[in-house]
Design a protein around this ligand. Sequence first.
Ligand code: ZN
Length: 114
Amino acid sequence: MRIKGIPRKRKTPRTKILHYAYPTLERGQCERILSELARRQELVKAGNNDCCGNGPHTPGTVRVMPAGGDSNLILCRACWQRELTYRRERNRELGDDFRFSLPAWETAKVYRTV
Ligand SMILES: [Zn+2]
């Protein structure tokens, strides 16, 4: 509600706040940081942090699972466990030389944390 005579409080733009807190940052850098932040918040809201699994996803951290050769899978914790389950099942059918590795989530390289 607006009371006559009292000016409405103007909202300070977020870029201005960030620039005030970190004066060495250029205006362009502030905008980039804020847009990256917004993008990550959207990912968290969607329950997906760039995970390349099929979901449902665990928000937060995604880690790197080697997928043979130079390729990797970027997976959240839930998709990681499903991939391990799939690999264990496939390993029963595969010969010794073709078995999938079963890397542990705890020791895997962190790709990104939101
Ligand atoms: Zn996932």
